[in-house]
Design a protein around this ligand. Structure first.
Ligand code: MAN
Length: 352
């Protein structure tokens, strides 16, 4: 069997109605794709909260941050022939793309890893400045020493790139700016330096030659990234034929760095596979999944704001168990456990 995930029986563990909107007048439409870490003895999820105003039948409206740094609601008439609403996530009006919701990040905590609550002392994290004016999304959290590094998708009319912030206490944050420019997503920093260098997986997209592939970059200081290498391409005819992107920071195992990644086909069906990278030379791919390790099978994974999506960018590891948290159907938050040994046993050596 391809799907080896042990889903939480309590799934979904968080739904949009359980999180208050960031400001009155907004609706929380979707909870998605949390970054995951441990802090103060608790399991923490950094949720992506996607909001928009209550929708009227005849118009499509959504927030952006305008040039003065204020929230502004854009509203388009659904009957206008210049409006393309074929994808629930993005609209195109008069040749320009917009997101239908604006996302920010919110921290929830749990003692048992299943029941999560928001803590008033941890402030919401919003997009700031002209490279984040359509919101911030899908944050990976990597702890290096006492510092937590947040790599997230920064969206604006300028494009989609990778922003970096850091914190030690989840109250005060340092902004490091955009570390990888558009078009780039799915950036996860390794939890250890290798040979004195920092490493990160990321996903630049090439519209003509090339595609949506997983790359590796190297840095002396976490802000300047170079020595780029392409690690894994999408594979024609397979479940990951259209795009692949890294999940959270890879897991150190005796056999190598284990990376759980997402792959989607032309129908936007998202599954997960895994890559095994050499411990000392992470640009060497030792093995890769042939079959997915998880597929959108449960009802809550098949139907929602954008169905047939499971998307993970966060996990915690306890011995042989990796507990992944994920967005299902771009709507709700779920959890699933895997045996690391079992994932490793499914990988095909020498696959690219
Ligand atoms: C992209 C990102 C994710 C989202 C998936 C599925 O990969 O925008 O945030 O979950 O698409 O819609």
């Amino acid at each position: 069997m391809a799907d080896i995930a042990q889903r939480f029986p309590q799934n979904p563990i968080l739904k949009p109605g359980q999180i208050l909107p960031s400001i009155p007048g907004m609706n929380v439409e979707c909870l998605l794709n949390p970054g995951v870490f441990r802090f103060g003895g608790q399991t923490c999820l950094l949720l992506r909260v996607a909001e928009r105003p209550e929708q009227k039948i005849s118009t499509t409206s959504f927030p952006i941050v305008n040039a003065s740094g204020e929230l502004e609601i854009l509203e388009f008439d659904n009957a206008d022939p210049r409006l393309d609403r074929s994808d629930p996530r993005v609209i195109n009006f008069a040749g320009r793309d917009y997101l239908t919701t604006m996302s920010h990040l919110r921290l929830v905590q749990s003692e048992d890893g299943v029941n999560f609550r928001e803590q008033a002392k941890c402030p919401p994290i919003f997009g700031q400045g002209d490279l984040e004016s359509y919101g911030i999304e899908d944050c990976r959290v990597t702890q290096l020493g006492d510092i937590y590094y947040l790599t997230y998708t920064a969206v604006s009319e300028n494009g989609v790139g990778i922003g970096l912030r850091s914190t030690t206490d989840w109250r005060e944050f340092r902004r490091h700016g955009m570390i990888l420019p558009p078009h780039n997503k799915d950036c996860a920093i390794f939890s250890e330096r290798i040979g004195g260098k920092y490493y990160a997986l990321h996903r630049p997209s090439s519209p003509f030659i090339g595609g949506n592939y997983i790359w590796l970059a190297e840095s002396p200081d976490l802000e300047h990234w170079g020595h780029h290498r392409c690690l894994a391409q999408s594979r024609p005819g397979m479940w990951d034929s259209a795009r692949v992107g890294a999940g959270a920071a890879p897991i150190r195992t005796a056999e190598g760095w284990l990376e759980i990644y997402h792959g989607a086909d032309a129908e936007n069906r998202y599954c997960w596979g895994a890559l095994l990278l050499d411990l000392h030379a992470p640009w060497r791919v030792l093995a890769r999944s042939h079959e997915p390790i998880m597929e959108p099978l449960a009802e809550y994974e098949r139907t929602g704001f954008f169905g047939n999506v499971i998307f993970t960018n966060g996990h915690v590891v306890d011995g042989d168990t990796v507990t992944t948290y994920y967005g299902a159907s771009d709507s709700v938050i779920c959890g699933a456990r895997f045996s690391i040994r079992e994932i490793l046993s499914t990988l095909h050596r020498g696959q690219r």
